[in-house]
Each structure stands twice: as C-alpha cells, then as structure tokens.
Design a protein around this ligand. Structure first.
Ligand code: TYD
Ligand code: MG
Length: 486
C-alpha cells in the first residue's frame, strides 16, 4: 500500500492583542494573558532559501560604502548633541524613552525650535496633546518658527501622507504608543501596533533620508509595550531619567549606531523648559554644608562624564535590635558591607548604631569607587569630626579593609582639581595628578588615621550618651587592629 504524505502549509500562532509569537495555537496568550486572542498564521518560507545566486551581487568593498553619519544635523541643544555625538543623522530613527513627566515632549519641542531656527523644516506629530497645548508650551520654550509644523494625528497612513506632502527634514512622533495603523490588529499601544507602526516609520525614514525621533513611554518597571520591543528596530535609543520631583534630568544613549553610548547629557527642569547643565559637578556641590561631619566628596564617572558628588552619612544610636543601614541613591547592601568593614577591620563601633548614607543632589551612584567616601563619611559622622572640605576620596573597599584601585582615576581626579579641590585620598597605585596633593592609602585604617584629626578629640554625641569610645580611643583601636592584621 502506498501512502501519500500531504504536506500542510507550515503554521504558527500570534497573539492579536500583544503581538507575541507562539509555536502553536493556544487558548490564552502566555505573554499578555489575554483569552481567545491567539490566531493561527501561515509561516512564509525563509527568504534565505530563495536568495541563492543573488547573494554577492550587491556586495562592495567596505571602503567604497558611503559613510552614513556624515550628514548630522545638530539639534541645537548642546547636551543632547553631546549624547548623540553631534546631532541627528539623516535617515536615522531615534527613540527617546522615559517615564511620563520626565520632559520628553519638552526636550523634543526645544530641539525642534532650535533646528527650525537653524533652517530645517520639521513636522511634529503630537498624538497626545492638541496643537493648542503644544503652542502654549512652544511659546514658553521660544519654539515658534514658522518652519515648525504641528499636527495632532494618530493614524499612521495619514502621518505617512503628511510626511510625503510636506517633505520635512525632521519628524517627531510623540508618542509612538498613541498612533495606530487601522490595517493592523490591536489597539494603539499594543505590542503589534507599536512594533508595526515603528517598522513603517523606520522604512519611511530610510527611504526619505528623514531624521526621525519617536517618543516612547516607559513605566518604572520598563514593561509597557513600546520602547523595549522597539530597541532593535531603531538606530538610537535614548533614555530620559531623573527624580520626578527633583529638577535634575539625565539623558543617556542605551544604543547608538552612529557613535559612543557612554556620554551623559544633563538638564535641569526650569520654568522655561530644560536648561542645560554644563558644569554638573559644580551644580551638584552647590548646596554643600562645608565643615559638617559626615560629608565627603567623591569623584565619580557616569559613562565618560566625571561627576563630583557629595556623600553624606549620619550615624545615630539604634533603638532596634537589628540596627538599620539605609542608603539613598546608593546600594543598601553595599552600605551594610562597608559598615561591617568599619566595625570589624577598623574598630569603629557602629555595630549598635543606625547608619544612613546618601548621595546628595539626585544622582544615583552604582559604582564601588564611592566606597572609600562612604566609609570616611560614616566614620566622620560617628566620630563627629569633619573631614577637610577641600578633600575628595576615591577607592573601592575590599572585605579585608583594603583600598583598591578604581578605573580612570586620572580623569576623575582632574575634574576634582578643576573644581578647586586640593587633596585626594586614593589607592596606592594612583599616578600623580597636576594640582592635587595625593594621600595614598593602603587600608581604611590608614585613610581614617590621615584624615580625621585626633589631636584635639572632641567627645562624640554618642560617647556622651552611651560611653562609646572617644575618637582617640577609636584611633588607637584602629591602629592596633591594623598593626596586628598586617
Ligand atoms: P513633559 O515634557 O510633558 O514630559 P513627558 O513628555 O516626558 O511626559 O513635561 C514634564 C514636566 O515638566 C511637566 O510635568 C511640566 C514640567 N515643565 C516645566 O517645569 N517647565 C516647562 O517649561 C515645561 C514645558 C514643562
Ligand atoms: Mg509628553
């Protein structure tokens, strides 16, 4: 008996609500949890099977390829151009993601104002706000050039038609989550709509050499349909972040096909839009309380940008059986470890005290280079002795209480010298820096011995209260510990 094998067309499944792909039909989408939204779709044969001889026909020597990126159009906003490596590249698509209220619409409108003032024609598709609302804001931001055209439109085909008739140099779509293609299943903002609309706009940008900016909302968890699914579709992904109630805003590139991703752009939200923060370190140190115990400045790096931040610590006798370690804009686990090192390796008796550490100014520090500053600020707060205000501290701390080298120390320390700091406590291997006296230390005990003057010890508030050791006693313990452990 012969058997005929009937080959069925290959099928797979896709969720109409969120766009997630599945191997076969199921009743409930595993991705978004919607019931009855999964449909079977036919899988097209792989294009690579058909390519065959065509491969190689369009290949050219790499040196003969036209370099993209030559046609960069500055946005006119220095801090944004810094992150973009000079401006928006013609034919490229940039996604600006961030939580609502960060200032994405403000920044894009300011950039469009500057670009149109410089001669470009721009189309702003404001799918979230009416043209009247945009105009009010534009007045405040000084972006009223007649070459800036604004339309409130949510339909993708209409947007494409507008671009084709106006032929702008720059297109901004605010936001990608609010536009939709009526030919695609799913509500605006669903994964399939966001992805397919973005694909269409990328195609449009490439075909017309149009610099395109898409605005996308991200929630705190970063899981709203949008920016995450778009990251591989676009050329550049910029992230807008900051504490909503503090003025400082940061823009960084998470992905950039036309330049480096390690530049940081800094802004401050003001009554007239986002103001560039050119001298970030100076701004972050403006409100410093000079001469206060528990304060140490640390030279940090955010990407390639040096930032001087003030590390503050407060130590108070604990009423809890498990004393608290609370860190703000810094890792709490790291603070607990550093406090343990202070207690076990140096003999600073903070084990029955609550320790609070904070990075002042709204910048988060996620690098171990701040360890030495945190430890010194904590010791300074505990001893109630201030560290000389013209001193910065840089170094990672190991569990043995040793001070370890940190990457790009010269760059960080040069920034400290530029801002007028005179001394730096640093790991032993640090090379000399012009204009800065270096205090090279091997251990935390070394650093404390050199920085916290004990000649005229003042009783600490803690010692008055509970008979804890005076600074001189702590110093002796610290030195003994250090000597016996060496
Ligand atoms: P917006 O740009 O609308 O944020 P996003 O588009 O990211 O959601 O505005 C952010 C906030 O900034 C908004 O709450 C109002 C405030 N703002 C100012 O403080 N000054 C200004 O000049 C502007 C335009 C906005
Ligand atoms: Mg907005």
């Amino acid at each position: 008996m012969t058997r005929t094998v009937v080959r069925k067309a290959k099928t797979a499944a896709r969720c109409e609500a969120c766009g997630a792909a599945a191997a076969k039909w199921v009743g409930r989408c595993a991705e978004c949890g919607a019931w009855g939204s999964v449909i079977e779709v036919e899988v097209a044969p792989s294009p690579s099977a058909k390519l065959g001889a065509a491969v190689g026909a369009g290949a050219v020597p790499i040196g003969d390829v036209d370099p993209l990126g030559a046609a960069r159009r500055p946005t006119g906003i220095g801090e944004l151009d810094r992150v973009l490596g000079g401006g928006l590249v013609a034919g490229s698509v940039t996604l600006i993601g961030g939580e609502p209220g960060m200032g994405k619409s403000t920044l894009t409108l300011q950039a469009l104002g500057a670009m149109t003032a410089a001669g470009a024609t721009a189309l702003l598709v404001s799918a979230e706000e009416s043209p009247e609302q945009v105009r009010l804001r534009a007045e405040r931001l000084g972006a009223l050039d007649p070459k800036l055209l604004v339309v409130s439109e949510t339909s993708l085909p209409n947007i494409v038609a507008l671009v084709e008739s106006i032929a702008p140099d720059v297109l901004v779509v605010d936001s990608i989550q609010t536009i939709a293609d009526p030919d695609i299943a799913g509500v605006p903002g669903s994964m399939s709509q966001v992805r397919d609309c973005a694909h269409a706009l990328v195609g449009l940008a490439k075909a017309r050499g149009l610099a395109t900016v898409l605005v996308g909302h991200v929630t705190k968890e970063g899981n709203l349909a949008g920016p995450r699914v778009l990251e591989h579709v676009v050329d550049t992904v910029l992230q807008f972040e900051g504490e909503r109630h503090q003025g400082l805003r940061m823009v960084r590139a998470l992905k950039h096909r036309f330049g480096a991703t390690d530049e940081l752009g800094l802004f401050e939200m003001t009554g007239t839009g986002l103001a560039e923060v050119v001298d970030a370190s100076a701004m972050l140190l403006t409100d410093r309380c000079i001469g206060l115990p528990g304060s140490v400045v640390a030279p940090m790096l955010d990407g390639a940008r040096p930032l001087l931040v003030e590390v503050q610590a407060l130590v108070s006798e604990s009423v809890f059986s498990m004393p608290r370690r609370t860190a703000q804009a810094f890792d709490t686990g790291r603070l607990a470890m550093l406090t343990a090192v202070l207690h076990q390796r140096v003999g600073v008796g903070v084990d029955r005290h609550d320790v609070y550490a904070s990075i002042a100014g709204g910048v988060r520090v996620d690098e171990t280079g701040a360890d030495l500053a945190v430890v010194l600020a904590t010791a300074s707060a505990f001893l109630d002795v201030a560290i000389a205000p013209d001193t910065v501290a840089l170094g990672e701390i190991g569990l043995g209480g040793e001070v370890r080298a940190v990457g790009q120390a010269p760059r960080r320390l040069a920034e400290a010298a530029r801002l007028g700091f005179a001394r730096a406590v640093v790991p032993r291997s640090t090379p000399d820096i012009d204009g800065l006296e270096l205090i090279r230390v091997a251990t935390v005990s070394d650093a404390i011995a050199q920085l916290l003057p004990v000649d005229a010890p003042r009783p600490t508030r803690q010692s008055a209260a509970n008979g804890a050791p005076t600074p001189a006693q702590v110093r002796r313990t610290a030195d003994d510990n250090h000597n016996t452990r060496r």
